[in-house]
Design a binder for this molecule. Sequence first.
Ligand code: ASP
Length: 340
Amino acid sequence: MEKKRILLIGTGGTIASEMGDNGLAPELTSGQLLRYVPGISGICEIECIQLFSLDSTNIRPEHWLRIAKAIQERYGQYDGFVVSHGTDTMAYTAAGLSYLIQNSLKPIVFTGAQKPIGYETTDSKQNLRDAFLVAASDMSGVMLVFNGKIIMGTRARKTHSKSFEAFSSINYPIVGMVQDGRLIPYIRAESDAPTRFYETLDSKVALLKLAPGIECGVLEYLLGCSSALVIESFGVGGLPVYETGSFYETVKRGLDAGKTVVLTTQVENEGSDLSVYHVGNRIKRNLPILEAYDMTTEAVIAKLMWILGQTADRAKVAELFYTPIACDILYHRKWPSSLL
Ligand code: ASP
C-alpha cells in the first residue's frame, strides 16, 4: 500500500524549545523536530513547513488564519496534517481551526509537549509519533493528540500545567487512543458535507470570569471594547444581583448596542443551565443572550470569532451559535423567538 503523505506544520512551543539565558524559547524548526523521531518515516511520507516559532502565549487569531490558509493552499497535496504547537493555547487554536476548516475529510492533528524534544525525559517523541499515526489514518477533522488521547478540537482543554497528561476532553468522550503505537479509534465523524474553508474572524471577543464582589463597571468596559462578551459565571449560571450596580441593566445596554453576550460557567464539567435559578432564569427569559450549555469556553470564543467574522445579524448569530459544528455542542434549548 502506498504511504500516506503528511505535512508537518511547525509553529513553536515547548516541543521545539531550547534553554537559553531567559528560560525556554522555541528554536527548532519542524524539520529539526523530525530528526528526533526517525521511525516516523516508516509510517508515512513527510514534508515540513515552518510558519512561525512562537511560544503559544503569543499565538492569536491572526495565526489561526495563517495555519488554516497554509492547510487550504496545500489541501490537495497531502493526506493529513500535523500541527506542532505550544500547549498553553493549543486548545484555542484547535477550536479556531475546527471552525475555519469544517468537515475536513482529512485528519488535521494538533500536538506538542510538556518537555522539549531535546530533553532526556520528554513526551515530545511519543506525542509526535502518535500524531502522525492519527494523521495517516482514516480519522477525519480537527483533533488534538496528546499523551495517547485523541480529543476533538472543539472539546480540548489544558487541565494540567506540568504533567504529561496535559489535556482533557470536556463534556465529550475522547474519540480514540494511541496505545503502544496502535491506533484505537472510538468515534468517527459521520458527515458527507463538503469540506469548507473560512478566511475571516472577528477577534474582538472578550472573556470575563466573575469573582465574588466584581464591579459592574468591568462588564461595562469590556462590552464597550468588544463585539462579543463571554461571561464565565458561577455554577449552572447566573448574574449577581448587588446593590452597587445592575449587571442585568449593563448587559441589556450592551445588547441594545448590538453586542453579543454569552453566558457560560467557570465549572469545568457538565455545562450551564441558566433556567434553574432566579439569578439566571430572569436574564435568559428576558434578554437575547446566548448560553454555552456544554461547550468549552475555548470553543465558545473561537466560534464567536468565526460567526462574527461573517455576520452581525442577531438571529443569524444565534442560529449559527447553536448549530453543532465538529461535535462542539450536544445540548441546547431553543432560543425564544420572542426575543429576536
Ligand atoms: N509556553 C509553552 C507554549 O505554549 C508551553 C508548551 O508548549 O508546553 O508555547
